[in-house]
Design a protein around this ligand. Structure first.
Ligand code: F6R
Length: 624
């Protein structure tokens, strides 16, 4: 996810912005930029692709090589207000012109934006027709032009309110105007934005670490609020302009806690970011109530035409996301799907055809086996689609099209927010294929789109309701040295993923099986000490899964069931039942995986382990 920093006050802004952005580096980024308000009525803007040292070099260059006082050399006084941004590309490639800040045609309004503007295409068309000249491929730029269009209202805050009323999506932004020095106007719709209060100076950022070196006096901007920030004041407004009182909070976090957003670990922070990550992944792709749109700069939807067979290749957690995708593609689009772990498939002297679509799922876009398998599939004539979280990663270059997840950087080694985004992306792909092939009735597609759009809300509800029951279950079983995970049908991938999580972060031996296979061997492992995690959320063969749970109980083992809200049958067969909100059965795995992430987390914490740095594992991170 991107980072925002803003400052108004009396000190040289340039160094405050650069240092603030450095504190947000942990969030991941591929380009960065600053805009500063000069007192000659212009805005100086510098952007650079790559890490912040490149932005620093570009700033020094634009200052005429003088870095001495941290001020902008072209200004007639020390420049004391501005905005900065680190971008993690979602719409548009990693280029300087796609980096923020974005600006309007007259270069008087500059904005930094996090999140997604869902209706940007409609707005872009309208503003272009009115003469706006767009200079980037991003959705974010539309905000600068829209505010500029509304500046006829007479003030930056008036223009931001009018723009906000027209914007759909999931975003936060900060705007400055060359005509109103010493004023920042911010708006929040879902994505975070926070005020840091100073004396004669104020800070605004997407996360507290950006200003923690200067102040610990914080005011939280709530969802759907606008703020007007000046050196001596911060006004909070409803979108209709009604003023709001906002209390101050003193933050006593140290820097490392602040980086984790107040959570004790990155893994917990990232588990809690899953609603936002899924919201971004589905945002503009589900605008149409009657279908899904995937056609983007790097995905020509014709890639999905005439596909006779799909083959999914991946590793680890990404393979489990693919397994859920397999059910969705077969069920909705009625296309046969095979899959394999990339590290095996590539050595099978595999057979692929030109009518085959190979989907390589890799959050990092850099996993060697997955890349090699994708390349081999392409050499042998298949069309290859990459599903990745990293713009510009190798997978994007080794494929014919890219379907991006938009989870932001995942710092924790254990994949959490990336799997839910991969699963969401698989649902979108399956639904688009179904729409193109006419395999689902239009009403059913509309119903599924509506359900997919509800997923972020359901994730929030789920996570808010989970902690107590999961912590208790984790405490009870933390000393067990073996766990069995069972699931069937769409629940099997969830069981596999839950077992992987417990293995990799709590170092506990686990096995994961299809429920129907248990009696063919693994049942011998069960005794009254064995915790058995059973994924029993709504699905077509839930009755069979419940019979398998009864077989487990008959051996005296301890059943922890993951079930769908409203299904009380599990209470009779399980010692502990963890409920996930009801959705369409095909979407249940995306929710069911979350309690298993948290369960593994709490077990690991009970054992005193460092979940962010599990032994023998490292994350593939490609961000500079
Ligand atoms: C598990 C985990 C790994 C990765 C696997 C593939 O938590 O992180 O199993 O899923 O190494 O990585 P990507 O998706 O980057 O190809």
């Amino acid at each position: 996810m991107c980072g925002i920093v803003g400052y108004v006050g009396y000190r040289p802004v340039q160094e405050i912005l650069l240092a603030g952005l450095e504190k947000l580096e942990y969030r991941g980024y591929d380009s960065a930029g600053l805009s500063m308000l000069l007192d000659d009525g212009t805005i100086e803007s510098v952007r650079a692709v790559g890490n912040l040292s490149r932005l620093r070099a570009a700033v020094v260059h634009s200052n005429g090589g003088d870095e001495s006082d941290g001020a902008v050399a072209t200004a007639t006084r020390t420049v004391t207000s501005g905005i900065g941004h680190t971008r993690w590309a979602t719409h548009g490639r990693v280029t300087e012109s796609n980096a923020h800040p974005h600006y309007d045609t007259s270069d008087k309004i500059h904005v930094v934006v996090n999140g997604i503007v869902e209706n940007y295409l409609v707005l872009k068309r309208r503003l272009s027709d009115m003469g706006a000249v767009f200079t980037s491929e991003t959705d974010a730029e539309v905000i600068a032009h829209l505010i500029s269009h509304h500046m006829a209202l007479g003030s930056l805050v008036g223009a931001v309110r009018a723009a906000y009323a027209e914007l759909e999506g999931h975003y936060s932004f900060v705007a400055i105007s060359a005509d109103e020095p010493d004023t920042l106007v911010g708006a929040r719709k879902e994505c975070p934005l926070i005020i840091g209060r100073g004396d004669g100076e104020q800070f605004l950022a997407s996360a507290i670490p950006a200003f923690l070196a200067h102040t610990r006096d914080v005011q939280y901007i709530e969802n759907e609020e606008i703020v007007v920030v000046r050196p001596d004041s911060v006004e909070f407004l409803e979108p209709d302009g009604t003023p709001i009182e906002r209390e101050h909070t003193h933050v006593d976090w140290d820097e490392s806690t602040a980086e984790k957003g107040g959570y004790e670990t990155f893994m917990l922070k990232e588990i809690n970011e899953q609603a936002d990550a899924v919201a971004e992944t589905i945002a503009d792709r589900t605008i149409r109530p009657d279908g899904v749109d995937l056609g983007e700069a790097e995905l020509d939807e014709s890639l999905l035409d005439d596909v006779e067979r799909v083959l999914i290749l991946a590793a680890g957690t990404s393979f489990h996301a693919g397994l859920i995708g397999r059910y969705a593609i077969e069920e909705w689009a009625r296309v046969p799907v095979d899959m394999d772990v990339a590290s095996e498939w590539r050595y099978r002297n595999p057979i692929v055809s030109e009518r085959e679509l190979v989907i390589g799922i890799t959050q990092s876009g850099e996993t060697a086996d997955t890349l090699a398998a994708m390349r081999l599939a392409r050499e042998r004539g298949a069309k290859v689609l990459a599903c990745t979280n990293v713009v510009g990663s190798q997978a994007t270059r080794d494929s014919d099209g890219v379907l991006y997840t938009r989870a932001g950087l995942e710092v924790s080694v254990a994949a959490t927010k990336t799997i839910v985004c991969q699963v969401a992306a698989m649902y979108l792909l399956a639904l688009r294929m179904a729409e193109k092939r006419g395999t689902l009735a239009p009403e059913r597609i509309a119903e599924l789109v509506a359900e997919i759009k509800q997923l972020p809300t359901r994730i929030t509800e789920l996570i808010e309701g989970l902690n107590g029951s999961l912590m208790a279950a984790a405490k009870r079983h933390a000393t067990s040295d073996f766990y069995l995970y069972l699931g069937r049908h769409v629940g099997r991938a969830v069981a596999l993923e839950g077992a992987l999580k417990l293995k990799e972060i709590a170092y506990i031996a686990t096995d994961a099986y299809a429920g129907g296979e248990m009696k063919h061997g693994p049942i011998a492992l069960l005794d009254e000490k064995t915790p058995v995690v059973c994924v029993a959320t709504d699905m077509p063969i839930l009755d069979k899964m419940i019979s398998n749970i009864q077989e487990v109980r008959a051996r005296g083992a301890h059943v922890i069931a993951i079930a769908t809200e409203g299904d009380d049958r599990l209470e009779a067969v399980a010692e502990e039942v963890i409920y996930v909100p009801r959705t369409d059965w095909m979407l249940q795995p995306l929710l069911a995986v979350i309690p298993l992430q948290l369960f593994a987390y709490y077990v690991a914490r009970e054992r005193g382990l460092n979940v962010d740095q599990p032994r023998n594992l490292a994350k593939t991170v490609t961000v500079e």
